[in-house]
Design a protein around this ligand. Structure first.
Ligand SMILES: *Cc1c(COP(=O)(O)O)cnc(C)c1O
Length: 421
């Protein structure tokens, strides 16, 4: 099946007289005929359902759909993108370990890596994604267990150099974890370019309608956990009947270990109803992504021509620094554009407040066009000097193009730009 078909049909195939649409199984638990049967499920929890803290039929249908879209061996949904990132790292790194991340990543991920993981004794070593392989190599320590980056960085909109980062990760016998939120599997399939683990905030394009917060981890099944660096995957797990994940589950060792250890203990599994809503978004993902990209490219070109705009960042523009990488790895550059308005903070705010169709909200990748002013919203505690140091201009506006008619979106931008001098 191709992507459009997988979006509609993967993960759930009703049999004779069963519901056409994935049912919402809003039940915390599952009934068995005998104690012996329940006991056998505890011995082999992947065989059947026990309790909705780690598996539920509605959520599993979505997990299987996303795994198929990404080309992985398995997936596990979480209650948020943040929870997906957290568990993806904790499944590999223990206290005393480190991992490498590119600097241009989502702000929430920076907090998690720089503060909360640090408190747990896990060090994040930041590297400039533009650095050479030799320079990045110098950042590795003997306790370094993974490399992390974003396909299209939020909010920098830089495209990841998959070849460089997967080469260097694999040379050091560690997996490459990629946050594929902005691209979605429709615009990029990171496993084809050497990524080993993918995470998503499904809150963004996958849902698209701004109705559920969620995340997912997908396992490629390609990484060799028996290479000597990851004894927890190979040696018997005392907390689970002495199971060796690599021996018992082979290619699915990573994702099953994540479910059996981390989902069991942290309990960040989504509700069936949220998974149902996410599935509705996924059904149209392929169609929507094409239109977001088409609309955003037109909007980006419009901004490029405007004399009120100092600069436009969109990987789909020929002048963009990420244009070549976008051509190599992406089928489109998503709907998110960054612009710097001439005249700094005041004009940026004037522009945003003058928009009539586009809404002012702390979100991105909505089906409706929305805008955010980092300097006065997500990064408002920083002074203008600190903003510059963080790479955020006071005139920067993040513009998330939606699926309204392109002429309506552009008319709205035009009238708002006309209100600033
Ligand atoms: C929003 C976002 C996250 C965090 O996801 P939540 O669902 O908000 O927890 C992680 N990565 C990227 C790239 C994001 O845009």
């Amino acid at each position: 099946m191709r992507d459009e078909t997988k979006c509609l049909h993967s993960g759930y195939s009703p049999k004779n007289s069963e519901p056409r649409v994935v049912p919402i199984v809003q039940s915390t638990t599952y009934v068995y005929d005998s104690t012996e049967e329940v006991a056998s499920v505890f011995d082999e929890p992947t065989k059947s359902l026990i309790y909705s803290r780690f598996a539920n039929p509605t959520v599993m249908a979505v997990e299987n759909k996303i795994a198929e879209l990404e080309g992985g061996v398995g997936a596990m949904c979480t209650t948020s993108g943040q929870a997906a990132t957290l568990l993806a790292i904790l499944n590999i790194c223990n206290s005393g370990d480190s991992f490498i991340s590119t600097t241009e990543i989502y702000g929430g991920t920076v907090n998690l890596f720089s503060y909360t993981l640090k408190k747990l004794g896990i060090e994040c070593i930041y590297v400039d994604a533009n650095a050479s392989e030799e320079e990045i190599q110098k950042a590795f320590k003997t306790n370094t267990k993974a490399v992390f980056g974003e396909t299209i960085a939020n909010p920098a909109l830089k495209v990841l150099d998959f070849e460089k980062l997967s080469n260097i990760a694999h040379k050091n016998n560690v997996p490459l974890i990629v946050d594929n939120t902005f691209a979605t599997p429709i615009l990029c399939k990171p496993f084809e370019y050497g990524a080993d683990i993918i995470i998503h905030s499904t809150t963004k394009y996958m849902d698209g309608h701004a109705v559920q917060v969620g995340g997912v981890i997908v396992d490629s099944g390609n990484f060799d956990w028996t290479n000597g660096k990851f004894p927890e995957f190979v040696e018997p797990d005392e907390s689970y009947h002495g199971i060796s994940y690599t021996e018992t589950y082979g290619k699915a060792a990573y994702i099953i270990k994540a479910r059996m250890q981390l989902m069991r203990d942290f309990g960040v599994y989504p509700a069936a109803h949220s998974a149902f809503l996410l599935n509705l978004g996924l059904e149209t993902l392929a169609v929507r992504m094409k239109q977001y990209c088409e609309n955003a490219l037109e909007v980006a070109k419009y901004f490029e021509k405007s004399d009120k705009i100092e600069s436009v960042t969109y990987p789909g523009l020929e002048k963009d620094v990420s244009y070549e990488l976008a051509k190599k790895y992406l089928k489109g550059s998503s709907g998110v554009i960054s612009i710097i308005i001439k005249g700094g903070r005041d004009n940026a705010i004037k522009f945003m407040d003058s928009l009539e169709l586009a809404s002012n909200e702390v979100h991105v990748a909505d089906i409706r066009t929305c805008v955010l002013h980092p300097a006065s919203e997500t990064h408002r505690q920083l002074t203008d000097e600190q903003l510059v140091a963080a790479g955020i201009d006071a005139g920067l506006v993040r513009f998330s193009v939606g699926l309204e008619n392109i002429n309506d979106i552009i008319s709205d931008i035009e009238q708002a730009l006309n209100k600033i001098n």
